[in-house]
Design a protein around this ligand. Structure first.
Ligand code: BG6
Length: 613
């Protein structure tokens, strides 16, 4: 995944800008960081020499650890810098493997997001040409290949240094197999070249300064004029120009910048100790905004589903559980069969798609590669593509024929919360619109907002904190639910796993007696979702079966019951009850993490959007 930020322009504090940019992108990868800075070295005046001259060179500062722990002082002045915060794929987490990487001459520094699948074969050839490699990464191979091209490009005397640099990068980039984004910094031409195929890259245009970033929101403090790079594109960025080329043909192309309407405020955590808690508290407003602003969009999208011959909801992680919830919501509310598949598997299930099929991609980031690849496969079958995403200009947003922006605002905590309930809100409204009763959908969702407000009240939170302290040393927690509550049980277990590292397992309550109950012993915590619907009785039976074997039952329900050892009341708001119910699951994950002294915003080994396979 990795976070990338770069600056070139009039300001002298480029390294500071880059460090701050990386901090804003840390949720994309946080195991190591690095920055490359162009430094001028003043050479003393020789006798008879008129003016001072200086030689420019790139220095790299990099190390294992979090960029958020880095103090912003002691970085040299410069107007040209490039930075990276890493989520390791090739090579362990250490100072050497951190990005950026040099070529042998230190003329260029390079950062990378993605995987160069054929790096080994390229490396062998470069070793034969006496290149010296320092790290274990696939990335360093790219720097040396560009260096090799810089040496071998013919008729250099007829070309500008910029052209030679561009060609050297282009030839190298076209050799890579896999999904990659690179930025190369060149001391000689004092310019960047960015190339992309898969992983996201955004260009920010300022007054006599330009920026590059993995995510547009990190550019907000400096500019709102952005360009979302397309696949197989090369962009040359210097202080005063931005030139775009097709990577395959080197043909120059015109690009159009968009102006973002996002506000900066939504990207910081304000009074909250963590983004995860802030984003949990954002949910009532997010849901209200969706209910009040999007009726036409909802009607158009539900008509799309109505007219399609088969609708498939596709997503990964938390988004996959929103998709699964969608299958229950459309069946229950609209009597409509809608399919679901996890993104990484859907690519193997596309053979039956026709041009009348509708594939809906659900994704917070809009960049999850497993979903992007699945959608590309579905497009090859000419299926219609829709996207419910939270990031304007993201790959899935641009790939799709029909787009819905979730409007949840920037979600920074790796553990997704408000983007999930925003997806559920859209799915409830789409299903009710399909059933011709959107008014009822809005009523139930407004009741759900009220139920969330009751849960976010201090007294209620204190009860969640108390339980979290009691459970935080447990090794296993089980979560059960039936029907609409089954995906909510899965999502609750995922929140607990992602945030607190406790092994939590969610499953359909009916499956309990077909195996999992063997794991039950004295004090085994079991969270049971018992809403006021047709699943109540059977789920209660499941809770009782666990209790009979020593289970400690945590009931999340519209009414108390003696089987509950710990009870969380949830207002009955019909099908929309899944939303306040999952908010309790989110808060349990959060407070379990806090009770275990774990940073819930940056869980180990995870990143916010997964752009590698
Ligand atoms: C993972 C995140 O990387 O990707 C999860 O840690 C998320 O929180 C999953 O649910 C899918 O991401 P997206 O952006 O496609 O919804």
């Amino acid at each position: 995944m990795c976070g990338i930020f770069a600056y070139i322009g009039k300001r002298k504090d480029a390294s500071l800008l880059v460090i701050r940019g990386l901090k804003a992108l840390e949720y994309r990868g946080y195991d190591s960081w690095g920055i490359a800075i162009l430094k001028s070295k003043v050479i003393p005046i020789q006798p008879g020499q008129k003016s001072k001259n200086s030689k420019q060179r790139i220095i790299i500062i990099k190390q294992a650890g979090r960029i958020s722990d880095v103090s912003e002082s002691n970085f040299p002045d410069s107007n040209f810098a490039l930075g990276h915060t890493r989520w390791a794929t090739h090579g362990g987490v250490n100072d050497i493997n951190a990005h950026p990487h040099f070529d042998c001459t230190h003329r260029i520094a390079l950062i990378h997001n993605g995987i160069i699948e054929n790096y080994d074969e390229i490396k062998k050839k470069l070793l034969d040409s006496h290149h010296r490699f320092i790290s274990e990464t696939d990335t360093e191979v790219a720097a040396h290949l560009i260096e090799e091209n810089l040496k071998n490009i013919k008729n250099q005397e007829e070309k500008s240094r910029q052209d030679i640099f561009l060609e050297a990068v282009r030839l190298a980039f076209n050799r890579f197999i896999g999904l990659n984004a690179i930025i190369v910094m060149d001391a000689e031409t004092e310019s960047f070249i960015a190339a992309k195929n898969g992983s996201p890259l955004v260009i920010g245009k300022g007054q006599d300064e330009n920026f590059l970033s993995s995510d547009a929101h990190a550019l907000l403090p400096y500019t709102k004029h952005v360009y979302f790079m397309e696949d197989d594109e090369l962009i040359l960025v210097s202080k005063d120009k931005i030139l775009a080329y097709e990577a395959k043909t080197k043909k120059q192309k015109n690009i159009a910048f968009t102006s973002l309407s996002w506000n900066l405020r939504s990207a910081d955590k304000g009074k909250y100790p963590h983004f995860m808690l802030k984003e949990i508290f954002d949910q009532p407003k997010v849901i209200e905004d969706i209910i009040s602003d999007n009726s036409k969009q909802i009607r158009d999208f539900s008509k799309l589903i109505k007219d399609s011959y088969g609708t498939y909801l596709v997503g990964c992680g938390t988004a996959a559980y929103a998709c699964l919830s969608g299958t229950y919501l459309f069946s229950k509310i609209a009597g409509r069969h809608v399919n679901f598949a996890v993104g990484s598997e859907f690519g193997y299930l596309v053979d039956f798609l026709t041009p009348k099929s509708l594939v809906l991609a659900l994704s917070q980031s809009g960049e999850t590669i497993d979903v992007v690849e699945a959608i590309k496969r579905a497009k090859q079958k000419n299926a219609q593509i829709g996207a419910l995403v939270n990031v304007l200009g993201s790959t899935l947003y641009r790939l799709s024929d029909y787009k819905v922006l979730l409007g949840a605002g920037v979600e920074k905590a790796v553990v997704s919360t408000k983007a999930f309930t925003a997806k559920l809100t859209y799915l409830v409204l789409l299903a009710y619109s399909l059933a011709g009763n959107i008014k009822r959908g809005k009523q139930e969702l407004r009741s759900a907002i009220g139920a969330i407000d009751e849960i976010l009240a201090k007294q209620y939170l204190d009860r969640i904190k108390k339980l979290s302290k009691a459970l935080c040393r447990k090794d296993h927690i089980y979560v059960i639910g039936r029907g609409l509550s089954y995906p909510i049980a899965l999502e609750t277990a995922l929140k607990i796993k992602e945030a607190s590292y406790i092994h939590a397992e969610g499953f359909a309550a009916g499956e309990l007696k077909h195996g999992v109950i063997a794991l039950a012993e004295d004090g085994t915590p079991c969270i049971a979702f018992l809403p006021n619907d047709e699943t109540y009785g059977a789920s209660l039976a499941g809770a009782m079966e666990m209790k009979a074997r020593g289970g400690y039952i945590i009931g999340i329900s519209f009414k108390p019951h003696s089987v509950f050892d710990y009870y969380f009341p949830v207002r009955d708001c019909s099908v929309a009850s899944i939303i306040p119910s999952v908010v309790i699951g989110q808060l349990l994950g959060y407070y379990l993490a806090v009770a275990r002294n774990i940073d819930p915003d940056k869980p180990r080994n995870l990143a916010k959007s997964v752009t590698v396979k």
